[in-house]
Design a protein around this ligand. Structure first.
Ligand code: HEM
Length: 525
């Protein structure tokens, strides 16, 4: 009956001759053949079973949610996640309040409505932020896994998150922000001088993507570390940091092999941590020597040494460097995106720029050499409304990946499976026509009328998230973007060289104009 040597199925005909009715080489474990073909068929059978299992599990998890009926074996929608576009996300959001995809067998539920987005962000027992898949690798996984001490606030949850966050809140008080504003003002002016010199030396408009990133990096590092690291450290961190941005895809190739994006990002992180730990050591020495705080680290070291300080007061240099690095990680791309779109929006809307300048003139009385202070910023409601609106129209963070810690009954008819990625989308809430009529239009006035739909629906303003993990740097970030644009508005003119890609969006961790934003700067006074 079974012809062992051929591994095919044969039957005897009534005439007694033997014919092969199914001349298909069946897996050899059925015919107990040994040797290499046996391995081949065994492997084939296992792979086939795994592929069937993969599809079954995917369809079981997806249930009735919109999304591909079948997932591409092993990689799923990996190709799409490599080059994400806002248009693709928009059609995903339009496909349903909840929809599903799978990438490298990571099952992903995408939530598009405001209710679902806030539900995910405000259900810490069911879901916690996981950022993108590579984030834990880049943010030093050995600490994360082994010690469970999260110098990276975002990965903590529950009581330990609340306590840890409380300790860091003192770094963003009004008093602390007052110290930072002076640093921010100084660095912005230094960079504008360089931008103007470069513009004068070149008749063509220049892409501001890179110079704006450098400005943000130096501002952040000076605010965090003051003069506790040398100038060349800023340059080295800034140059290497792009590797970290480039690794922030929703899902990366799973192994951090040499040469991969995640591997390069890890090398960049090592460089940054080395300098930040040095800054922590120098800051401790400066504070011990009785010097006045000049940066965030100094403020932190001094707080910790206060005898009335409640909470953990000992942090190693390495731990402090991790906290600062997580701030850099959380802010560099988002701040750059916010700033670049700020410049582009002002250039494309001369009427709004004119109002920003009018307000500056009123508050600063034409004395633009005098550094901006927090008190001055308090008198600039139009500028603040512009920044808020610019971030709404082009939110740097369009969605925030979370992980379901356990089965998460998000809707009456759907439960997100434990371990799935569940993504609250920010963009649709910020472009909801019911709250922001003509939602694509930049209208700072929306925020100036207390009774406006925008002000009556703060739940829709998800630019900085919601719930226990809501951005800790909101005041700092909005103040910095506002301050840079305020100084730019009075010190420089800039012309936007529009290209077919100016209004197209490039998604690299955050969002940027696809052409990088070509501007030509000239001095204003
Ligand atoms: C325009 C700039 C920024 C934007 C759009 C932004 C946006 C966000 C968003 C959407 C979240 C997640 C919130 C959630 O899960 O509900 C977040 C968290 C966070 N952000 Fe920001 N951010 C910005 C700047 C900054 C800055 C300047 C810092 C620090 C200096 C910072 C530090 C953090 C931290 C530490 C978290 C995690 C908080 C936690 O888990 O408790 N961000 N941010």
């Amino acid at each position: 009956m079974f012809d062992k040597s051929s591994s095919s199925v044969s039957v005897s005909s009534p005439t007694g001759s033997t014919s092969s009715v199914v001349n298909f080489p069946f897996p050899s474990f059925l015919s107990s053949t040994s040797g290499s073909s046996s391995w081949f068929y065994t492997t084939l059978a296992i792979v086939a079973s795994l592929l069937v299992l993969e599809q079954t599990v995917y369809r079981y998890k997806k249930r009735h949610l919109p999304g591909p009926k079948w997932t591409i074996p092993i990689i799923g929608q990996f190709a799409d996640s490599l080059s994400p576009t806002l248009e693709n996300y928009k059609s995903q959001w339009a496909s349903g309040a909840l929809s599903a995809v799978s990438v490298f067998n990571i099952f992903i539920v995408i939530a598009s409505t405001n209710d679902y987005a806030r539900k995910i962000m405000n259900s810490p027992t069911f879901a916690e932020p996981c950022l993108v898949q590579s984030a834990k690798q880049v943010l030093l996984p050995e600490n994360w896994r082994v010690l469970r001490i999260a110098h990276t606030l975002v990965f903590l949850s529950g009581k330990s998150h609340v306590e840890y966050r409380r300790g860091l809140n003192s770094l963003f008080t009004r008093k602390a922000l007052g110290m930072y504003v002076a640093i921010q003002d100084l660095i912005a002016r230094q960079h504008f001088a360089k931008w103007l010199a470069a513009s004068a030396a070149n008749s063509k408009p220049q892409v501001i993507m890179w110079v704006a990133r450098d400005l943000n990096m130096e501002t952040s590092l000076r605010v965090f570390c003051g003069n506790h690291i040398p100038d060349h450290a800023f340059k080295e961190i800034s140059d290497k940091y792009w590797a970290i941005t480039a690794a922030l895809e929703l899902v990366n190739f799973p192994l951090a092999l040499p040469g991969t994006k995640v591997w390069k990002a890890i090398q960049a992180r090592k460089v940054a941590l080395k300098w930040l730990a040095l800054a922590a050591r120098n800051s401790k020495a400066a504070m011990a020597a009785g010097r006045e705080p000049e940066c965030m680290l100094d403020e932190w070291v001094r707080d910790l040494s206060d005898p009335n300080y409640k909470g953990r007061s000992e942090f190693s240099d390495h731990e402090m460097s991790m906290v600062l690095f997580s701030f850099l990680f959380a802010s560099q791309d988002a701040m750059s995106s916010g700033l670049i779109y700020g410049f582009q929006h002002l250039a494309d809307n001369p009427d709004i720029l004119a109002k920003v300048r009018e307000e500056q003139e009123k508050v600063r009385g034409g004395n633009y050499d005098k550094p901006i202070t927090l008190e001055m910023m308090d008198q600039m409601p139009y500028l603040k409304a512009f920044v808020k609106e610019s971030l709404r129209v082009k939110p740097p963070v369009t969605m925030v990946p979370y992980t379901a810690l356990k089965a998460f009954p998000i809707a009456e008819d759907y439960t997100v499976p434990a371990g799935a990625m569940v993504i609250p989308s920010v963009y649709p809430s910020l472009h909801d026509e019911a709250v922001f009529p003509e939602s694509e239009k930049l209208m700072p006035e929306r925020w100036l009328d207390e009774k406006s739909l925008a002000n009556q629906n703060p739940k829709n303003y998800l630019v900085f998230g919601s719930g226990p993990h809501k951005c800790i740097g909101i005041e700092y970030a909005t103040m910095n973007i506002a301050l840079v644009l305020a100084n730019a508005a009075v010190l420089m003119n800039w012309e936007h060289h529009r290209t077919p890609d100016s209004d197209e969006v490039q998604m690299i961790a955050t969002i940027f104009p696809k052409d990088g934003c070509y501007l030509k700067f000239t001095p204003r006074v």
